[in-house]
Design a binder for this molecule. Structure first.
Ligand SMILES: [Zn+2]
Length: 201
């Protein structure tokens, strides 16, 4: 008997419920996916892409890694981006970080955690680049500021890829967004649009 039977039970109930609400749902999705959004987010279990923007399967193409990084030597992330932009022709790329990110906190604390330190070095580079914005902040404020700066920098990294530049050259309609999610109230702030009426921490 598997310990994970409850998950299979959950799945059975979910698939039945979904089919009842929309009998054609799975038939339609099985035929093709046509999401308009690529989501690049953190692996943190508290920030599930579809759920926090209330979208269904088929609506979001997702890439997640520790601290939502876009690293130019990461063929996993780049492959996802290429497929999403060139083949699926998504209209939006959302880089979504979150306050209280363990990856960001570990990076700025200088913790030694093994292999992942190499990955977190990318965040330390962001901290070095924006050191003047972090001066004088207490730990809490520094963490929050770094979570924001990291999102903005990773969105910039998307813009620096040949994949994005080529799409723009082709005249493709694709917009990059930098969002941050609050674990405390479940709200998203659009860092690229400070005047957004939806921004509220
Ligand atoms: Zn995180």
């Amino acid at each position: 008997m598997s310990d994970l039977n409850y998950l299979l039970e959950n799945n059975l109930r979910w698939s039945e419920r979904t089919k009842q609400a929309d009998p054609e749902f799975f038939k339609r999705l099985a035929a093709q996916q046509k999401p308009e959004i690529l989501w690049i987010g953190c692996s943190d279990s508290r920030v599930p892409a579809n759920q926090i923007i209330d979208l269904l399967p088929g609506d979001v193409f997702v890439h997640r890694n520790v601290a939502n990084l876009v690293v130019h030597t990461d063929f996993n992330c780049l492959s996802v981006m290429q497929f999403a932009i060139e083949v699926l022709k998504v209209k939006h790329v959302i880089v979504c970080g979150h306050y209280g990110c363990g990856g960001v906190d570990a990076a700025i604390a200088g913790a030694e955690l093994g292999l992942i330190d190499n990955w977190l070095e990318n965040i330390r580079n962001v901290a070095s680049k924006y050191a003047d914005q972090l001066v004088g902040l207490d730990d809490h404020a520094k963490s929050a500021k770094m979570c924001e700066l990291n999102v903005i920098e990773q969105a910039q990294n998307v813009r620096r890829t040949g994949i994005y530049k080529d799409a723009i050259k082709r005249g493709q309609d694709v917009t990059i967004h930098s969002w941050i999610y609050s674990l405390k109230n479940g709200r998203i702030t659009d860092l690229g649009n400070p005047d957004s009426p939806y921004n509220k921490r």
